[in-house]
Write a protein that binds this ligand. Structure first.
Ligand SMILES: C[S@@+](CC[C@H](N)C(=O)[O-])C[C@H]1O[C@@H](n2cnc3c(N)ncnc32)[C@H](O)[C@@H]1O
Length: 225
């Protein structure tokens, strides 16, 4: 007779298949995970609590969790399918330093993670250009509320600077984003610096990344807020 916890019991096999189907794969996450990891290993603290905004498939957070075992990760995404994928990746990798994904929309006033604050880092990859400008404002406002002094907000993606695209492919991408949703589009680093300043964040590093992307590192100081 099969026991309830028998991994070969029909219910267990069905559950395993369901979780496998929930695990999504992103070709861009497969390409950029290693270069991003190389940067965040240097700019994020080795220990503490990091919040990921817009975790998507969850492939980034499990790769970060595996490589930075002493840093605790809290992934989040407002999309249900993304949270299911992330939860499935966490279970598949057997990570105990990556918590279950939460439903956070940065446009909301309260993110629901206030009891966990202050965070030592907030990370958001390829989010601000695929969301309305209000999401950028919400992200920086939330970082100003929830980061500890000296903590980091890390952004990755394609960005403009002083109104100029750094590659024709990014200009074309910007046009395509705006065609699919007029409130989306590449953000300008100069605008981000201004918005950051209003929440006590200062841009400390711009790091060139493969495929004309950038890493932006902001540092929080309460005296600037
Ligand atoms: C292009 S995907 C990037 C996903 C993942 N970070 C990656 O690089 O593969 C953008 C993500 O941002 C999330 N997102 C969009 N609007 C958001 C908002 N207002 N607050 C938080 N996340 C948001 C989406 O649900 C989506 O998962």
């Amino acid at each position: 007779m099969q026991k309830d916890n028998d991994p070969l019991a029909p219910a267990a096999l069905e559950q395993r298949d369901k979780e496998e189907q929930q695990r999504m794969f992103s070709p861009s996450a497969a390409r950029n995970s290693a270069p991003i990891l190389d940067v965040i290993k240097h700019v994020l603290p080795k220990r503490g609590l990091a919040l990921e905004i817009g975790c998507g498939t969850g492939e980034h957070v499990v790769s970060f969790g595996e490589s930075m075992p002493n840093l605790m990760w809290q992934p989040s995404d407002p999309d249900l399918g993304s949270r299911a994928s992330t939860a499935s990746w966490i279970k598949f990798k057997g990570l105990n330093n990556v918590m279950a994904p939460l439903d956070i929309d940065v446009c909301s006033k309260n993110w629901g993670v206030e009891p966990l604050a202050p965070f030592d880092a907030i990370v958001s990859i390829n989010m601000v250009h695929v969301a309305p400008w209000a999401a950028t404002l919400g992200l920086f406002a939330g970082a100003g509320r929830l980061l500890r002094d000296g903590a980091i907000l890390y952004l990755y993606g394609p960005f403009m600077h002083h109104g100029v695209h750094n590659a024709s492919s990014n200009a074309a991408f910007d046009e395509a984003l705006k065609a699919s949703n007029p409130s989306w589009g590449l953000r300008d680093i100069s605008d981000l610096e201004r918005v950051a300043g209003e929440s006590g964040l200062r841009l400390t590093q711009i790091i060139e990344m493969p495929a004309n992307n950038k890493s932006l590192v902001f540092s929080y100081a309460s005296r600037l807020a």
